[in-house]
Design a protein around this ligand. Structure first.
Ligand code: C5P
Length: 273
């Protein structure tokens, strides 16, 4: 049995530069990962099986097009391998800007790669990841990276280790709809410098269109920004999950207590890995 963690992905900054003819957007983003997330378990089996457990299992059940089974099928088409039983333990909210589905697909690829002796940096595996979604290559690498293009052209950078609080107001937003709401104004590249400089002086250009679709994001950012010890409060990806970075874990825990009082909001106390 192989167990692979599928940590939540954060876009610590996300600058949208242009709309492309293929409908995707040219972007520059700083990807980072936290300590917690979903878990994918893989075992050999007589026939293929897929099960979902965990607090967000019901949000996915019945979705025939799950990224985990697509990752399994794409891996097999590229590298071969027999039937397997996969269990996804789902702790991250779906459609929420922290890469849940992409992280799960990447963890599935890592598990199958381990099972079949494929290196996780094998270019053919990266190509499989790329076809599954724009964030899947970054999730496969699982380290702090600058992403360009659709997010698939990756350059590693030195990471940050900091306490972080993730908060989602309980609304799922469509990535495609948020990108479609971007005003097509190029506000400039990611700043030069180390990860902290990029975080401090960067932005998420998808915040305005996401806030228009899900006004609850305003309340999340306002509440996070008002907590003591917050270095940066920003939305991740296409939302609606927002993150707050702290220097001290005690400040994060105090902020988590305030957030826990808000009905219907999901939060996770974790740390940048
Ligand atoms: O690549 P992925 O399937 O995760 O993207 C989901 C949707 O998000 C795309 O269909 C597209 O509408 C939008 N997207 C985009 N530009 C990107 C990444 C995603 O427009 N760089």
């Amino acid at each position: 049995m192989i167990v692979e963690r599928a940590p939540a992905k954060l876009n610590l900054a996300l600058h949208v530069r242009a709309r492309r003819d293929d409908g995707y957007h040219e972007l520059e983003t700083l990807f980072a990962f936290v300590r917690d997330g979903d878990t994918v378990t893989l075992a050999d089996a007589a026939v293929d099986a897929f099960a979902i457990t965990g607090p967000f299992a019901t949000k996915l059940s019945g979705e025939g097009d799950n990224l985990v089974t697509r990752a399994r099928d794409a891996f097999r088409a590229a590298f071969g391998g027999g039937p397997c039983a996969i269990t996804l333990d789902k702790h991250l909210p779906v459609a929420s800007g922290i890469g849940g589905g992409s992280a799960d697909a990447a963890a599935t690829l890592r598990a199958l790669a381990r099972r079949h002796g494929v290196a996780t940096d094998d270019p053919a595996l990266m190509a499989v990841a790329d076809r599954l979604g724009s964030d899947v290559p970054a999730c496969l690498a699982g380290v702090t990276l600058i992403g360009r293009g659709r997010g698939e052209r990756l350059t590693p950078v030195a990471g940050l280790t900091m306490p972080v609080l993730l908060v989602n107001p309980g609304v799922a937003v469509s990535t495609a709809q948020v990108f479609a709401g971007w005003d097509r104004i190029d506000r400039g590249p990611l700043p030069d410098g180390d990860a902290m400089t990029i975080v401090r002086t960067g932005r998420n250009d998808l915040e305005p269109p996401a806030r228009a679709l899900a006004p609850a994001i305003d309340a999340v950012l306002e509440l996070l920004g008002a907590q003591s010890g917050v270095r940066v409060a920003r939305m991740s990806g296409s939302g609606a999950t927002c993150f707050a970075l702290f220097d001290h874990a005690a400040d994060r825990t105090a902020a988590a207590k305030v957030v826990a009082a808000r009905n219907g909001w999901w939060s996770l106390e974790t740390a940048l890995a």
